[in-house]
Design a protein. Structure first.
Length: 218
């Protein structure tokens, strides 16, 4: 990364601090740790306690960040109980035909609002443009850690959000994590954090075939 890109990325992080309790908390814990170290150096009473509080706060923040990011990987669901909805995808096999432009596109109902997606197996995260997120009533997750995304327009800060309901074809998903990316343009992306929660997906005769888990018997 060249110096200008690094400065731009740092600027994005700084601009994100007011929106993120985790980032603000991290900075506060670091400052507290510095004060504690200074107190120890000056042999001021309570310095060790201040350092300990700072260390515990940073450990708590690190654990919270890990648990948030772990929600993008279904193999780590066992450690993602953060009071957020369970992520699940059910239904029947759905076929997505190859579009003339060589991509797979679909229109899904996101909280009841028709939303066009590019199915991208190279994208780690499902992402919404700002306009699509607003139309579907998606809001940044309170206290969530902003995610840095590399786009055609450079590195941007994206906010984590939760999609209450997303359905298309014979598939219905609930509680799916996604990001709201301000520089995404008009394109919304259905990424691997969604696809990896399917029972399976494959390409046959040019069509993309998505196979979710079945609805459990009551």
């Amino acid at each position: 990364m060249d110096p200008q890109s690094a400065l731009d990325a740092l600027a994005e992080v700084i601009r994100a601090i007011p929106r993120s309790g985790l980032l603000a908390g991290t900075i506060g814990a670091l400052v507290l740790g510095w004060i504690g170290a200074l107190m120890l150096r000056k042999e001021v009473a309570g310095g060790r306690l201040v350092r300990t509080v700072s260390t515990l706060a940073l450990m708590g923040i690190l654990l919270t960040v890990f648990l948030q990011l772990a929600r993008f990987d279904p193999r780590l669901d066992v450690v993602t109980d953060l009071g957020m909805p369970e992520q699940k995808i059910v239904g029947e096999e759905t076929i997505i035909p190859l579009a003339p432009d060589g991509h797979y596109w679909l229109v899904a109902e996101v909280n009841g609002v028709p939303t066009r997606f590019l199915v991208d197996t190279g994208a780690t995260l499902t992402a919404f443009s700002t306009a699509s997120a607003e139309a579907a009533g998606l809001a940044p997750r309170t206290g969530g850690l902003p995610v840095m995304l590399n786009t055609a327009n450079g590195t941007v800060t994206a906010d984590l959000t939760t999609v209450e309901n997303l359905s298309f074809g014979n598939i219905e998903a609930e509680g799916i994590d996604a990001v709201i990316a301000p520089n995404l343009g008009k394109t919304n992306v259905l990424g691997m954090n969604f696809l990896s929660r399917l029972e399976g997906w494959r390409v046959a005769n040019g069509d993309l075939i998505l196979t979710p888990g079945r609805v459990a018997a009551q």
